[in-house]
Design a protein around this ligand. Structure first.
Ligand code: AGP
Length: 368
């Protein structure tokens, strides 16, 4: 086992640091001369483009990856995209039609809830597309078509490199579906250019490891940690909080910043730590005003912003700031989750919990 971990103490840390390589492997052979080629989808592209709706379905981190890809899928395809947590879809017997494309996202390809939702979608005649890390898995075998994420074997129960590779693959799927639209050509070209530079920028953000350890030291005895995001980075807030809960065993909630004044604001005081994700995109000015409102309530803020923006998000220098590289808006969740993965890792080690095998959890949940 130690040989497999190499220079790292834990698989989670190794897998976090493997992300520049796993993202490169996910994209390998799929971006040629500015065009995205996904062999597993080519025979179904016409049907997907004509779908009445795209439904993303998954559980836990895989659901969050789909949520992160939703805005770009809607923008590039002009097809409405809805989200379903697999168990909830089954509980509600949600409506699903033969004109729908159902996209099932699962690292293992063996999650019971996701596979039952797949059976349900197949019975209802939807086109079923799989996004998985596991070649030969039930999900890969039972879907009509799909794309492997090629993240490499993930051993830590906390999913890290699979999450970022799932997002990259779903961005590529959005690019491929939308490739017949002239109106989004410039945007697609910018994203493809961004994808080629992404592994280097991930390498850059991994240098925050030491800074995240220091931040973890300051949070070690907290009862709770909130994370506020919106737009492209609502998923980042949910996923960051899930990482903190599942490995550091600390209560943490990811929240939609737009909902703050509808309830969560009551929690804010000078003690409760709150991470606000405020990197540059269309939501930036709204996040600036969220920060002002939190400051007005003496909130204890940790603000994640784009490099060089510290004085914009924290003019009085009172908050802690995490600066990350700015990338294309749909790729920013890939960059932004990395400091939060590192924070969850260090919090776990400092609090003395089992990093790779958190209590009560299994890597793959094969029962309903
Ligand atoms: C993530 O850190 C969790 N271990 C968990 O939420 C996981 O993503 C979920 O159980 C779904 O697993 P899957 O991707 O293998 O379907």
């Amino acid at each position: 086992e130690q040989i497999k971990k190499g220079d790292f103490d834990h698989f989670m840390k190794k897998e976090i640091h493997e992300q520049p390589g796993s993202l490169t492997t996910s994209m390998r052979g799929r971006l040629k001369n500015g065009i995205v080629g996904l062999g597993g989808l080519k025979d179904h592209m016409r049907t997907i483009r004509r779908s009445r709706r795209i439904i993303f379905i998954g559980c836990g981190t895989s659901y969050h990856a789909a949520l992160a890809a939703r805005p770009i899928m809607e923008e590039l395809t002009d097809v409405p995209v809805t989200m379903e947590i697999a168990s909830d879809m089954l509980d509600r017997k949600a409506l699903i039609f033969k004109e729908d494309t159902a996209v099932f996202v699962s690292q293992s390809g063996e999650t019971a809830d996701t596979l039952h939702a797949l059976e349900y979608a197949l019975e209802n005649g939807a086109l079923c597309l799989g996004v998985t890390n596991t070649v030969g898995s039930t999900l890969a075998r039972k879907t009509h078509c799909g794309v492997h994420i090629n993240a490499g074997c993930e051993i830590g129960v906390a999913s890290t490199k699979a999450y970022t590779c799932q997002i990259v693959v779903m961005v590529m799927i959005a690019l491929a579906i939308g490739s017949d639209k002239l109106s989004t050509l410039a945007k697609r070209e910018a994203i493809i250019a961004g994808l080629t530079k992404l592994p280097e920028q991930v390498r850059d953000v991994l240098k925050l490891d030491g800074e995240m350890k220091v931040l973890a030291q300051s949070l070690i005895d907290e009862q709770s940690l909130l994370m506020f995001g919106r737009g492209n980075n609502y998923a980042t807030a949910l996923e960051g909080a899930l990482k903190v809960k599942e490995v550091a065993l600390m209560h943490s909630e990811g929240m939609l910043a737009g909902e703050m004044k509808h309830g969560p604001l009551a929690l804010v005081d000078e003690h409760l730590p709150i991470i606000v994700i405020a990197t540059q995109d269309d939501s930036f000015s709204k996040q600036q005003s969220v920060i002002q409102q939190l400051h007005a309530r003496k909130g204890r803020l940790i603000v994640m912003c784009s490099k060089g923006d510290a004085s914009l998000v924290c003019p009085d220098g009172r908050s802690r700031v995490i600066e990350v590289p700015q990338v294309a808006d749909c790729l920013q969740p890939i960059i932004n989750i990395i400091p939060l993965q590192l924070l969850a890792y260090h919090l776990t080690v400092l609090r003395g919990y089992d990093v790779d095998q958190p209590r009560n959890l299994a890597k793959s949940v094969t029962t309903q």
